[in-house]
Design a protein around this ligand. Structure first.
Ligand SMILES: O=C(O)C[C@H]1C=CC(=O)O1
Length: 92
């Protein structure tokens, strides 16, 4: 099942710099592991914003939910999920 997910990160301005750096490093490792595993198909930066547009290919809604709740930055994110269906005009 394909899902488009927009994640917008809002880190608190007063966040401890070491906690901030370690959380971002953990997020990178988590995201790269899921990309290598084939569940996180696309990860694009929304230009000019601390936000990304991602596409996930997962077995079901519960798997997507588990992935999103497992994001180290999840407590600081606004997340919007859109289920994707094939467009009738798509050529690939
Ligand atoms: O930077 C972001 O958009 C937030 C998050 C998503 C993947 C990752 O490595 O960080």
């Amino acid at each position: 099942m394909l899902f488009a997910v927009q994640m917008t990160v809002n880190l608190p301005p007063g966040m401890d710099p070491e906690v901030r750096a370690s959380t971002i490093a953990a997020e990178k490792e988590y995201a790269q592991r899921l990309q290598c595993a084939g569940e996180w198909l696309h990860l694009w930066r929304c230009a000019g914003r601390y936000s990304n547009l991602s596409v996930f290919d997962v077995v079901d809604n519960d798997r997507l939910n588990d992935i999103l709740w497992g994001l180290p930055l999840f407590p600081y994110m606004d997340v919007t999920v859109t289920a994707l269906a094939r467009h009738p005009s798509a050529v690939r």
